[in-house]
Design a protein around this ligand. Sequence first.
Ligand code: NAD
Length: 245
Amino acid sequence: MGRVAVVTGAASGMGLAIAQRLAGRGDRVALVDLDGEGAERAAAELGADVAMGAAVDVSDRGAVDAALASVRERFGPIEIMVTSAGFDRFDAFTDITVESWERMLAVNLTGTFHCVQAAVPDMLAAKWGRIVTISSSSAQSGAARMAHYVASKGGVIALTKALALELAPNGITVNTIPPGFILTPMARRAEERGDLPSLEAVAARTPVRRAGTADDIAAACAFLCSDEAGYITGQALNVNGGWYL
Ligand code: NAD
């Protein structure tokens, strides 16, 4: 029998690919997303015996707690938490409103805190756990017109490192994947708006000469969530096609 995993942002992009990969290796997976219909649809495709979907805004602690309670009821204690839910915005620094700054932090950073904190008691009781946060290479390199996003993802990297040290004695590893340019619906939308360069331009500037895929992220994430990765914690596993950061 595999592990019990929760993947946030699992209706689309990397979260979806991660949920599919974990289910494919035998884990039971809860797909959590603001887009509840998308999460339910993806879970139904994986099969009701191994997957369930839940409509959750990760910035809402009550909703996170309720969703995790239903996961425990259906599949048992949570052993793996992957936080991929997030959104981007591109604004000149002087145009960032207080509301948009706060929403960015509430979803990308505090949402990560809520999901991890809500799941950790199960892992402490089991003396085993795997936590993977999805941050961003932009928090390592900086990125113009993304101060709010970059600050939120920098917080995710710092949170990951702090938790890794705190939870390590309990058999729980905590790592982050800061993706480079990954071809997902989020990146497509940014490209279409002209907020990101074309896929071809990104590929030409990337050492491996292509954009990343959601499966590139899912493969790295599944490794970090495996038994074999038990001696790896507090790390940023850069899946970015060779960018030096
Ligand atoms: P995506 O838009 O395809 O998927 C993100 C998912 O998160 C969506 O299904 C969305 O509904 C969900 N979501 C957004 N806000 C939510 C909320 N408040 N509560 C619950 N779910 C919410 O994007 P993606 O490219 O797969 O992004 C996954 C993660 O990777 C994000 O955190 C993103 O910031 C990060 N990232 C993406 C790239 C890239 O190039 N695509 C690069 C670096 C980091």
